[in-house]
Design a protein around this ligand. Structure first.
Ligand code: BDR
Ligand code: CA
Length: 313
């Protein structure tokens, strides 16, 4: 089968970086058409820089990287330096990127690509706030029917929230954008905290990255070490959750994940629960299902895949 064409929409972020590395290490299954940066974990100038650092780390300066939206659609920016560090990619010492940003807005790249490629052949992989995707949908509604699928990291049901008691970061940071994407009718697969909080980088899993003995293995070990400090203290768990690589792993091994096709609505009005994903996991409403909402992961299988693929870079 031909590799699936994807656009990675991202706010790197150490876990975004690992998700990108996994995609670039998997050309049989994944063809990365481009990477669009969005404001999220850190401001846009840094996420656009970090995306290029990661491409160069992977030896892929040819991958086109675009800067997209520098803020949420209607609200003030929310960032997460307390998790990811002041640059968003703290941990390893990596060189400044040499490859340039492409001279096109990320939203225009998304629109042009979906109009150019055959309908149903491009999958969008959002790993940050949904500002770029929703802006593209709002500006060019004709592209929505051409999207092959959206596989995103965001939201939570059983795990509820990580940036507020009620909401997960990516959805909370731009709930208006999330409302547009979840209401778009596009084929949607969601990796919520319910899944990613089971993908924990234990010491043994971190050691396995380091033992690869390559610049990529070392950088991934140092990245996951970095945000582990914060998350271990926060959750009291054995290692930090590796959120965003669940998206790219799903493209390679969907059998590692299981979930339910359910209705998911986004809270945009309540200040207290802003950005909550109101997921009808138990089927207690008549609202039409709009998302494959994942609930479980084979974590050992996931880390085995990740380590095996990172070894190729
Ligand atoms: C999500 O928020 C970011 O901090 C991570 O990169 C991930 O995309 C987890 O809530
Ligand atoms: Ca992210």
């Amino acid at each position: 089968m031909a590799a699936r064409k994807i656009i990675i929409d991202t706010d790197p972020g150490q876990d975004d970086a690992v998700a990108i590395l996994l995609a670039l290490a998997s050309p049989e299954e994944i063809e990365v058409l481009g990477i669009t940066a969005v404001a999220g974990n850190v401001p846009l100038a840094l996420t656009a820089r970090n995306a290029r650092i990661v491409c160069e780390l992977a030896g892929r300066p040819d991958v086109p990287v675009f800067a997209g939206c520098d803020r949420p659609m209607r609200r003030a920016p929310v960032t997460a330096e307390h998790v990811h560090g002041p640059t968003g990619l703290n941990g390893p010492v990596l060189p400044d990127p040499v490859m340039p940003l492409r001279d096109m807005h990320g939203v225009d790249f998304i629109i042009d690509t979906l109009r150019r490629e055959a309908p149903g052949t491009v999958t969008l992989c959002p790993l940050g706030p949904l500002s770029n995707i929703a802006t593209a949908f709002a500006r060019a509604p004709d592209i929505i029917g051409r999207v092959g699928g959206i596989v995103l990291m965001g939201g939570a049901y059983f795990e509820v929230g990580n940036i507020t008691p009620a909401a997960e970061f990516n959805i909370h940071a731009d709930p208006d954008a999330a409302e547009i994407v979840f209401g778009s009718g596009a084929d949607l697969t969601v990796m919520p905290l319910d899944v990613t909080h089971k993908a924990l980088v234990s010491k043994a899993r971190n050691d396995a990255f380091r033992a690869l003995g390559t610049p990529v293995g070392l950088a991934v070990a140092e990245m996951t070490d970095f945000f582990e400090r914060h998350d271990k203290e926060k959750y009291g768990s054995d290692g930090a959750p590796l959120h965003d690589p669940c998206v790219t792993a799903y493209l390679i091994r969907p059998d590692l994940f299981s979930g339910r096709f359910i209705n998911v609505e986004i809270e945009t009005r309540s200040e207290l629960t802003l950005g909550m994903t109101v997921a009808d996991w138990w089927g207690v409403t008549d609202r039409a299902p709009n998302a494959m909402f994942m609930g479980d992961i084979d974590a050992d299988g996931f880390f085995a895949l990740l380590t095996e693929r990172l070894a190729r870079l």
